[in-house]
Design a binder for this molecule. Structure first.
Ligand code: GLP
Length: 275
């Protein structure tokens, strides 16, 4: 587990990291790179940089398979705020990913349980996810796993909290009533099974969730804390998101290490002036 605080653009950092991972993996049609993908405001720069790398010939999506983490239930796929539309706009229609390599949860399925089980099966059929990139909700949610979700949860339909609908109202003409009440999401257990995790938290609105993360313990009250248990997880934050973390870097690192002593790598990387 690594907690990295940087004032570099998080989207650029993450895109460069993903590029290196894909390129060093040397994917082929028989052995594609399986990438879990998020949506949200934080990720706009991430996708802009992935598109740039593609245009510059530094990244090829031909043998990349993707799984998106979540989708609003009931929102038509062609609604401008569906995560399907978001992904088309920000990545899929701009790069050479084959259509059959793209996997999204079907928000209009007539049977959500079957749809969620199907998604889990398809992930398994690829041997799991190599790298899951994710964002963080203001309340510490990951994908749409709201506080209180089981740490073992699988892909399922969930009810969104009022605070998440309020936070996402900015994408729906600032009207919370237009934000869907439910979503389909991969579970915390599904995310945890990925071989590697890279989560991003940017801005002061994420500071409470990052502060919760930095305190001892792993708890369903802050789904983000599950990262502490994963041997190959990185939480990448900017200084504003780190601003409510209390204690010296040494103390923070000690607290996190105590929580999950078995996690293979522990590091807290800070900007020089924060050391
Ligand atoms: C939504 C998504 C999450 C994402 C979160 C943060 O709730 N379901 O997967 O992490 O938004 O988004 P933003 O970057 O816009 O703050």
């Amino acid at each position: 587990m690594r907690l990295i605080v940087t004032d570099m653009n998080l989207g650029l950092w993450a895109a460069a990291y993903v590029k290196e991972k894909i390129n060093s993996f040397r994917p082929t049609s028989d052995k594609p790179f399986v990438l879990g993908l998020p949506t949200g405001g934080t990720m706009v720069d991430f996708y802009a940089n992935l598109r740039l790398f593609y245009k510059e010939g530094l990244l090829d999506f031909k043998h990349v398979v993707t799984f998106n983490m979540d989708e609003y239930a009931g929102l038509p796929a062609d609604h401008p705020q569906s995560y399907c539309s978001y992904m088309q706009r920000h990545l899929f229609q701009e790069v050479n990913i084959p259509r059959q390599n793209i996997h999204l949860l079907n928000s209009q399925s007539s049977n959500y349980t079957e749809e969620c089980n199907r998604y889990e099966q398809v992930i398994r059929s690829y041997g799991g996810i190599d790298l899951f990139v994710g964002g963080v909700g203001r309340n510490g949610h990951i994908a749409f796993n709201e506080p209180g979700s089981s740490l073992e949860s699988r892909t399922r339909k969930v009810e969104l909290t009022a605070s998440t609908r309020q936070a996402n109202a900015r994408f729906f003409l600032n009207d919370m009533n237009r934000v869907p009440t439910h979503a389909l999401t991969v579970g915390i257990g599904t995310i945890f099974e990925a071989k590697e995790l890279l989560f991003l938290a940017a801005g002061a609105k994420k500071a409470a969730a990052v502060a919760h993360f930095s305190r001892p313990g792993i708890s369903a009250e802050c789904p983000l804390t599950i990262l502490k248990k994963h041997p190959y997880a990185t939480l990448l934050v900017d200084p504003s998101a780190f601003s409510l973390v209390e204690g010296t870097p040494k103390k923070v690192l000690e607290q996190m290490t105590q929580t999950a002593p078995d996690a293979a790598h522990w590091a807290l990387e800070l900007k020089e002036e924060q050391l």
